[in-house]
Design a protein around this ligand. Structure first.
Ligand SMILES: Nc1nc2c(ncn2[C@@H]2O[C@H](COP(=O)(O)OP(=O)(O)O)[C@@H](O)[C@H]2O)c(=O)[nH]1
Ligand SMILES: [Mg+2]
Length: 336
């Protein structure tokens, strides 16, 4: 368990933009528990400037290729870029690390780009939390644009990209499969569509399918209607247009953007509270074995799951009353 001073020093080096410190800080937030929390606490005051770009889409559509090109284009304009590639399918293995190495070669010698894979070692919820925290580390380190690449299949991945300031959904031609592969939820989160592999047959059809889905929405004057762009990521074609669209979206700013940031913070706090509350209820408020006994009772239809939950809640809430713990501080909001 790292000490307080150690964390402070690491945080200071992160803020200085020290790449090795950034890598270590991200490893810390990838771990569960106190070490991750103290790392975030130490850098949080220096965050808030980075622009989060979520990139999602089915495997193989060319997200990584596109993100690398985006990074190059942004760099050519002097902007620094951090990339978090979220891959829930691969446990933290050679695959992800090798991917990082290959990708870093594209940006070799350029300290303005930082690429890191976030692989699932536990639950997807943990991956989402670690990714949000890693984005904070990159933000504190001064990366101006932070790209979060996720495989847009499951709810957790959709949640990850929803946490961005702007979300780009990538598809490719392929007899409509590309678009059908996009779940309804993914359609809803898109601020920008990219049909990649525009060198292949069927691009116009794929684009038209997205357009026809967009037609179902009722856009008012002044609303942002997601543009549908075409790219050939391997050649870098169309990438300038993607950057331009991202800039247009960002330039709109305003209330929507602020609301999104607020929503993101709200979600984060809620997640932390529910995570910690459950942990408290299960492991501290209940006597050892009680949770398992309740599981047995519900499985055996002795009691129903609502009753089990009520019992846990009753115990957790009454157990949270400051009986054995120090008196609550006299000032401050309290819990009513
Ligand atoms: N033909 C063609 N292939 C591409 C294009 N962009 C990416 N690819 C290829 O598609 C494959 C998957 O790309 P990758 O970026 O790993 O996709 P991801 O799984 O969405 O991250 C790779 O072999 C790429 O070289 C493109 O514009 N045209
Ligand atoms: Mg990829």
């Amino acid at each position: 368990m790292p000490t307080h001073d150690d964390t402070r020093e690491l945080a200071a080096r992160v803020v200085d933009g020290d790449r090795r410190a950034v890598a270590r800080a991200i490893s810390r937030v990838e771990s569960e528990g106190a070490s991750a929390a103290s790392m975030v606490r130490a850098v949080h005051a220096r965050t808030g400037r980075g622009y989060l770009v979520g990139v999602t889409g089915a495997p193989g559509v060319g997200k990584s290729t596109l993100v690398d090109r985006l990074a190059l284009t942004l760099r050519s304009r002097g902007r620094t870029v951090g990339v978090l590639a979220v891959d829930p399918s691969s446990p933290f293995s050679g695959g992800a690390v090798l991917g990082d190495r290959v990708r870093m070669q594209t940006h070799a010698g350029d300290d303005g780009v930082f690429v890191r894979s976030m692989a699932s070692r536990g639950q997807l919820g943990g991956l989402a939390r670690a990714t949000s925290d890693a984005a904070l580390v990159l933000d504190a380190a001064g990366f101006e644009v932070i790209v979060i690449e996720t495989v847009g299949v499951g709810q957790a991945e959709v949640e990850i990209s929803r946490a961005a300031d702007v979300t780009l959904v990538v598809t490719m031609p392929g007899g409509g499969d590309g678009v059908q592969a996009l779940k309804a939820g993914v359609m809803e989160i898109a601020d920008l569509f990219v049909v990649n592999k525009a060198d292949q047959a069927g691009v116009e059809r794929a684009a038209a399918e997205i357009e026809s889905l967009l037609h179902l929405n009722d856009y008012r004057p002044g609303d942002w209607r997601p543009p549908v762009l075409r790219t050939r990521a391997t050649e870098g074609r169309g990438v300038e247009e993607v950057v331009a669209a991202l800039d247009r979206f960002r330039a709109r700013g305003g209330e929507g953007a602020e609301q999104r940031r607020r929503a993101r913070v709200r979600t984060r706090i809620r997640q932390l509270v529910s995570h910690r509350f459950l942990d408290h209820a299960e492991h501290r408020a209940l006597d050892p074995g009680t949770f398992d006994r309740l599981v047995e009772h519900v499985a055996g239809a002795v009691i129903d799951p609502y009753t089990a939950a009520d019992r846990i809640l009753d115990r957790a809430v009454s157990g949270a009353a400051p009986t054995a713990s120090p008196a609550p501080r006299s000032k401050g909001p309290g819990l009513g």
